[in-house]
Design a protein around this ligand. Sequence first.
Ligand SMILES: Nc1nc2c(ncn2[C@@H]2O[C@H](COP(=O)(O)OP(=O)(O)OP(=O)(O)O)[C@@H](O)[C@H]2O)c(=O)[nH]1
Ligand SMILES: *[C@@H]1O[C@H](CO)[C@@H](O)[C@H](O)[C@H]1NC(C)=O
Ligand SMILES: *[C@@H]1O[C@H](CO)[C@@H](O)[C@H](O)[C@H]1NC(C)=O
Ligand SMILES: *[C@@H]1O[C@H](CO)[C@@H](O)[C@H](O)[C@H]1NC(C)=O
Length: 728
Amino acid sequence: MPGQRQTEVAALAAIGMQTRGLAGEANSELLRNIGISAHIDSGKTTLTERILFYTGRINAINEVKGKDPNKGAKMDSMELEREKGITIQSAATYTQWKDTNINIIDTPGHVDFTVEVERALRVLDGAIMVLCSVGGVQSQSITVDRQMKRYNVPRVAFINKLDRMGANPDKVLDAIREKLRLNAAMMQVPIGLEENHDGIVDIVDQVAYTFHGPNGEEVRKGPIPEDLADKVEMRRMELLERLGEVDEEMEEFFLMEEMPEPDALRAAIRRATIANTFVPVFMGSAFKNRGVQPLLDGVENFLPSPLDMKYSYLDLADEEASKPLACDAKAPLVALAFKLEESRFGQLTYVRVYQGSLKRGMFIRNSTTGKRVKLPRVVRMHSEEMEDVDEVGPGEIAALFGIECSSGDTFCDADIKDFNPSMLTMFVPEPVVSLAIKPKDRSDSSGNFGKALQRFQREDPTFRVKVDNESKETIISGMGELHLEVYLERMRREYKVDTIAGMPQVNYRETITQRAEFNYTHKKQSGGSGQFGRVEGYIEPLSEEEIQEGKEFVFLNQMIGNAIPPEYVSSVEKGFQESMEKGVIVGHPLQGVKVVLVDGSAHSVDSNEMAFKLAARGAFRQAVNEAGPVVLEPVMKVEIQVPEEYQGTVVGGINRRRGTILESDMEDDLATIQCEVPLKEMFGYSTEIRSATQAKGEFTMEFKAHEAMPQHEAEELIRKYKEAENDS
Ligand SMILES: Nc1nc2c(ncn2[C@@H]2O[C@H](COP(=O)(O)OP(=O)(O)OP(=O)(O)O)[C@@H](O)[C@H]2O)c(=O)[nH]1
Ligand SMILES: *[C@@H]1O[C@H](CO)[C@@H](O)[C@H](O)[C@H]1NC(C)=O
Ligand SMILES: *[C@@H]1O[C@H](CO)[C@@H](O)[C@H](O)[C@H]1NC(C)=O
Ligand SMILES: *[C@@H]1O[C@H](CO)[C@@H](O)[C@H](O)[C@H]1NC(C)=O
């Protein structure tokens, strides 16, 4: 009954607008923008689903990975996600718990899609970090934690799956402290574990919560079970001690051996959580409907509102000076587009308003390009449904219709002149895998092949497309095999284009290992206007610190005097920089090179920009072979979990794939192996591990760094490159 549904949505929207109109600006204090991030399979989707159910946003719970493909969990809106059972695309959902408005940004779990996580984290004020009570802190939890630290995202932890065999929340807490180095303490003590898991005891309020009704919607309060009293007391002292380490008021209580009132304790937990010096730990079982409502109270009580956070923008009108943003509805608008999505309603642009308000019908401007557009519609999204709203205030997350833009664009009020704010650029990793593709239908009469590629590139900065100049092939690159596979699948489903793909290729790099000098003269002085330029200096590898700072190429001018006129020095730099694009051993880009210019000479008539650029290129060619060039390959951090009986086989497989085992742990017959393996060797690994372990093993991986390739491995590449060069 689509008609009825629409009326419902319209009615909801009307109510929403009304309450908002009454509450006005004070709303920011009651707003929480949160993400839920987790290791794959720790239950993030299940938890999100429960949150939406208990907050009244959905009427029924559909289990993730259910049998009926049309009835997957609400947050996984793409059909493909349902089939793969993993969350790929983030969507923003708006809901309410008690008086608090909550925006949930669904962040993807798979490491191939970390840029999505990064983007989501950029617009969040806080997060729930979900951990499995059996798996604990896994490699991906560490990655996600590192990202949260980079963006200073305060968080609460939720230890899920207390109903599972081997559930051990105490051990997970130790891992949070040791592996993630977080100052964390339990907010709760479990009532029973595994099949006896029944509820939780709240340490601050000293009450037991149990969950009843078909979906755990009925929360009953009771006294602390007698056998748990000591444990609760122990955890309560520990909570005070941990808070005392970061909060003076609590330190005093701890030293006086006094317990503060629950309100004072809660206020301290909130202060420390927002200051990112403390992480409160909640627990339960999303699947068995235990512990989710108290977690929501925790979100309300302890995670920051937009008013608690200090953000800043770069003022493009003032040499990109960093200036503070005010979470004030009347201040000039600053909003960040953080996600584009092709929906069945057309292009949706997700934005976070940092300052001022977005109003339907107003004119907004892309602060970088100065392009002015009218804002036809503003909506709140709930997975695939939406509510129209007239205005969204500071701190809020909304979606816009009919706005052409790229993710990462900053919008401001078009009617305010000389105000050009830019939100910081987002961290985007370089793609590590490439794949040559072409449409099966060579004519591609619909033009959809090109359209799809353009769309994906705009949505996802880690997905790149280029056409190889020599082979005329279309090359797509991304963060892993699965990343690219997902796009080919989306092309087939959403754009009806079947593609033929080659073998995935690794994105190699080259670098130099020692210092080498150059002294090169570019000269063409026979007839007509001549060309003359001489450059002298040396190239050397960048230092470890420079690489740590993210530098790939450094140019230093150490000339004494003006042997090369200043206007040509930039041409010299450009010439060297261009040489970096294609290495000499296998033709892949160079990185980690420093060029130092010490001398040169020019001719009063025959010197020009081109002459110096060519001199630099010649000098580079001259020096690079002397500088010990090597091939670098991407190396991945891999974490594998397999039942004990397969450990030997799997370790053998990793050794064959040139992997280095860093660590292996054994717990309850389950081995966790941490290793580093060249990406090239990881192709097809999912098939191997499946067949080697009767589908009982699983692994995750993420890019670590480009590292030197062993000579004998590089030789094959070098030979192929030389053959290709000779052919052309
Ligand atoms: N026993 C138990 N199983 C759970 C619990 N929560 C989730 N699961 C199961 O764990 C599996 C993974 O859950 P999801 O919610 O899809 O996990 P996710 O973290 O969203 O995973 P991705 O979408 O792949 O990132 C599903 O089979 C769930 O039914 C829990 O509290 N207890
Ligand atoms: C807005 O500015 C950014 C940065 O220059 C640019 O990449 C983007 O395409 C612009 N968007 C529009 C709609 O002009
Ligand atoms: C591609 O080839 C054309 C002509 O063959 C050349 O003009 C152009 O600069 C090349 N582009 C790149 C990126 O190499
Ligand atoms: C560099 O080359 C020039 C011209 O070929 C020569 O005069 C000069 O001595 C050389 N410099 C060094 C340090 O070898």
